[in-house]
Ligand binder design. Structure first.
Ligand SMILES: Nc1ncnc2c1ncn2[C@@H]1O[C@H](COP(=O)(O)OP(=O)(O)OP(=O)(O)O)[C@@H](O)[C@H]1O
Length: 678
């Protein structure tokens, strides 16, 4: 029986307290001001210290003061999935719901994972997902308030979302938009919403449009320390700092920010090697990785409390940088760098460049400490280097492949994307390249209009344009069931094979066992089929075959969702369409039909193997390296199409390859290969 002191009254009823309220968060003092502003003005820009309570408290204030009473929903968008899911869990808990009740009054929605219900009143979601919802609900009518969190990060989707919300406000003056931002961007956001030919948004003049609210103060102090001299090897310095903290500082977990998976694994190996130096009796260290490529389950580990006498060291990319609270973190180590995507429109290659973080990012990182206890942040750069950092991160919209987002904008009826009201307009080269890509895929015509049905259908599928086109073409190649599986497996982004207990050899053996000579797509198909034929629920079989059980279960769910999307478009899984080549295709085996179908979507990603085992682009101007995860890392091929291309450090890698015939490129993309002179 619970003690009286452990009993809390919540809206959900009486039950033993699962959590202790965080005391008065700084935002509590501004509750009335905030609610008044939201009542009075369409736009509220909120600027506050990290940890002051913006993300977790504002939606609850709004909910309690009636913004959801008519069945409307308060939405909070996040640039990252881990933030959306973990904050939803926290808010549900604060409102008195048990973990199993997540998805009822409080829920979250991220791509291929909707944990909401008809009851949901507070919904956390990725900014990209809210954009998608506009396809079915263009004015986002189910929401009374939309809070765009971490808007200063300038993610591609949140920038586009702000532009579209500005448009929606003209038609829905009763909608409330709250934008949470770092100080430096606040005025820019308000000015953006106010800028209009007639100075009016939703019938309001500039002065009536919105206000900036600033929250002072934080829950616990964070002591920031800098290096006296710069370091030439921040991974080594980071590991050393972990060891120093462990031997000299009080209890408390550590969060170390590095730039990517390789560095993270390297640091974890080094930490593991050095733990032994501390001897068996002392408190031990538990290093845990955190990056986007891990599946949700693996990411959840970092939130679990460390075992007794153990100090957690979470080694993370910037995905833990904003909105995330990991209870127990007392120390943050910030390497000062981040990997940023940079799309090269002339070559169509995405580069991952290691760049110095912005001051806003460094502040966010430091703010992961001092949330549930006082903290320290060790910046692995000098104070003068900090002073030289840019204020905010360069907007993603100015360095991304814009084809997916332009396709969506067009489907929302924005016909002239060049004149779209961007917060920061992208360079014209990026726009031109995106239009080019969409045109070559047949999604837009020569007048830059969305084609019907292909273009609109491509926009409606939650897949990138090349994969969407491939899937939509599959009925012409009588391979829709197979392509549904392949598309679902592609969304797992390399998490299918795992080395259990670090047994890399076993993993390689398993890969060879499932390998299909024609390439990685059919190999993944083979894995999925074997999983299904082993009764779907067989985690032990997955272990024996170095497969990630959770990832495969996820693939099943994604496949079902994609199948439902197609059904809504009037395409049944069993559909076969007769194209001009129907008779010819009937004589071909399944693998050839799949390869041809892949060519119709990925023809722009063609490459040819050279004698040294590397690949080259059709023009021969770029050397491409096979990603080690591909079956062609050790095998020969001639022409291939690939799914993804990425430049890291000094090499350009391609991953997920399938063999094709050179003639198919001109057969399925005649204008692309003719005009490109390839
Ligand atoms: N999962 C959690 N466990 C324990 N305390 C939490 C948790 N989530 C939030 N808190 C408490 O609530 C406070 C406010 O968190 P919240 O995410 O709302 O702040 P924020 O202002 O949005 O911060 P940021 O901008 O840094 O994301 C934290 O500082 C912490 O004290």
């Amino acid at each position: 029986m619970a003690e009286k002191d452990d009993i809390e009254v919540s809206e959900a009823g009486l039950f033993p307290a699962l959590y202790k309220p965080p005391g008065l968060l700084p935002i509590a003092q501004l509750k009335d001001a905030l609610l008044y502003t939201a009542e009075t003005y369409p736009v509220t820009i909120i600027v506050g210290e990290t940890g002051s309570g913006k993300t977790t408290q504002i939606p609850q204030f709004l909910h309690k003061s009636g913004w959801t009473s008519d069945g409307s929903v308060v939405a909070v968008t996040q640039p990252r999935r881990i933030a959306a899911t973990s904050v939803a869990a926290r808010v549900a808990e604060e409102m008195g719901f048990f973990p199993g009740q997540l998805g009822q009054e409080v829920g979250y929605s991220i791509r291929f994972e909707d944990v909401t219900s008809a009851k949901t009143q507070i919904k956390f979601m990725t900014d990209g997902l809210l954009l998608r919802e506009m396809l079915v609900d263009p004015l986002l009518k189910r929401y009374s308030v939309i809070m765009v969190d971490e808007a200063h990060e300038r993610s591609l989707s949140s920038d586009i979302l702000l532009s579209l919300l500005k448009k929606i406000l003209r038609k829905r003056p009763e909608l409330r938009v709250i934008v949470s931002s770092a100080t430096i961007e606040a005025q820019k956001f308000l000015d953006f919403f106010a800028s209009d030919e007639d100075g009016k948004v939703g019938g309001k003049t500039k002065n009536e449009l919105g206000r900036i609210i600033t929250i002072q103060g934080r829950v616990h102090p964070v002591d920031i320390q800098y290096l006296v001299e710069p370091t030439a090897d921040y991974v080594e310095t980071a590991v050393q700092t972990v060891m120093d903290i462990h031997s000299t500082e009080d209890k408390g977990d550590i969060l170390l920010f590095l730039t990517g998976r390789e560095e993270i694994n390297d640091a974890i190996d080094k930490i593991t090697d050095r733990i032994v130096d501390f001897g068996p009796s002392s408190q031990t260290l538990q290093p845990l990785p955190l990056y986007a490529g891990l599946d949700t389950e693996q990411q959840q580990f970092v939130f679990e409390p460390a075992p007794e006498n153990t100090r957690k060291v979470i080694v993370s990319t910037n995905i833990a940088e904003a909105s995330v609270t990991i209870d127990g973190i007392a120390y943050v180590i910030d390497c000062g760098f981040v990997k940023l995507r940079n799309y090269d429109p002339s070559l169509g290659i995405e580069r991952l460049n290691v760049c110095p973080v912005s001051k806003a990012s460094a502040t966010q990182r430091a703010g992961r400490a001092g949330r549930t206890r006082p903290g320290k942040c060790f910046r692995l750069y000098t104070e003068s280097a900090f002073a030289d950092l840019p204020e905010t991160t360069f907007p993603e919209i100015q360095r991304s492949d814009l084809a997916p987002v332009i396709l969506q904008l067009m489907n929302l009826g924005i016909t002239n994307v060049v004149r779209f009201d961007f917060l920061s307009p992208p360079p014209s080269k990026l726009l031109i390249r995106a239009m080019d890509t969409l045109h070559s895929l047949g999604a837009i015509d020569e007048y830059a209009r969305l084609t019907r049905p292909l273009g609109t259908r491509m926009a409606e599928l939650p897949l990138e344009p090349m994969l969407a086109k491939t899937l939509l073409n599959a009925p012409y190649f009588a391979c829709l069931p197979e392509m549904l599986t392949i598309a679902s497996m592609m969304t797992l982004q390399g998490t299918v094979f795992v080395s259990h207990d670090g047994n890399k050899k076993q993993e390689d053996k398993a890969k060879r066992r499932f390998a299909v000579a024609e390439g990685d797509h059919m190999t993944l198909y083979n894995v999925y089929e074997s999983f299904i034929s082993h009764g779907k629920k067989d985690a032990q079989w997955c272990r024996e075959n170095s497969l990630n059980f959770k990832a495969l279960v996820k693939a099943m769910s994604v496949r079902k969702q994609l199948r439902n999307h197609l059904e809504r478009l009037g395409i049944a899984e069993t559909a076969t369409f007769d194209g001009p080549d129907a008779a010819k295709l009937r004589g071909m085996n399944l693998v050839e039909r799949v390869r041809r179908c892949l060519t119709t979507g990925f023809f722009a990603h063609a490459a040819r193997m050279k004698s040294d085992g590397t690949f080259t682009t059709p023009k021969g101007d770029v050397t491409l390296w096979v990603h080690p995860s591909s079956i062609f890392f050790h095998r020969k091929a001639d022409w291939v199409i690939y799914h993804e291309i990425m430049e890291t450090r000094d090499k350009t890698y391609i991953r997920d390859l399938t063999t094709v015939e050179i003639d198919w490129l001109t057969e399925y993309a005649p204008s692309y290969y003719r005009t490109k002179g390839k």
